[in-house]
Design a protein around this ligand. Sequence first.
Ligand SMILES: [Zn+2]
Length: 144
Amino acid sequence: MASLLTKTAAQVARRTLLPLSSRLYSSESPVYSRVDPVKGKVADDKVDMPDTLGHAVGTERFELLAKAAGNEDPFELNIKKRAKGTRGEPTIIPSMYHYRLVGCICEEDAVSINWMYLYKGEPRRCNCGYWFKLVDLEVPDYGQ
Ligand SMILES: [Zn+2]
């Protein structure tokens, strides 16, 4: 009896969710053509349990969807090479917040990192002379 109720509930859920998923796939966004945003979240006859993406929520789901779309660094945490570093052409640091902690390896063979806080709208110069500027991180919608 319980399995019959579960099957019926799954069939009803599938019928109600199907139009939503077909709408997402038909979107013109290029991200939707690469990523299945409802993968693991829709009941399926072929799958007994959701996979990792199906269990993930919040920032973990955002990160998994971003990686599926080809963005290996969705939070901009990888090391960046300094740009020209002048006041007119500073090294651009993207951030989701109004400030960010940034470390500058001032010389190639330096054994320490010079840490400093960068604030939006306030380009800052490291002690070595390189300029850094904080800008808004553009967060694409992966359908999370
Ligand atoms: Zn420096």
